[in-house]
Write a protein that binds this ligand. Structure first.
Ligand SMILES: [Zn+2]
Length: 96
């Protein structure tokens, strides 16, 4: 059964040393499959609000255990995320 997982990790903020929390999602088609469709949801320092670039590899990362999203949330979440991604791609291709 296809499931969506939320992954969280944290590292010190470059501005205030508070915790920057990063969220990604990934899909597993079944219990033994590798995760696919891995996407970064966002990153923000929960102390000062700084949002570091995801391109900068963080130091001293603490990984939290992945959590399965609830199926009712999964469908609505994936659909909303795909719509947002598609519209961002359309905007980028329109400006290229
Ligand atoms: Zn900070």
């Amino acid at each position: 059964m296809r499931k969506l997982y939320l992954h969280l990790y944290a590292f010190p903020c470059e501005l205030c040393t508070g915790p920057v929390v990063v969220a990604t999602t990934a899909v597993r088609e079944n219990a033994i499959s590798l995760e696919t469709d891995i996407r970064q949801v966002g990153s923000i320092c929960i102390s000062c609000g700084h949002s570091p670039s995801p391109a900068i590899p963080p130091k001293r990362v603490r990984y939290l255990p992945p959590a399965e999203w609830q199926p009712a949330w999964t469908i609505a979440y994936v659909e909303a995320r795909n719509r947002a991604t598609d519209s961002a791609k359309e905007r980028r291709s329109a400006t290229a």
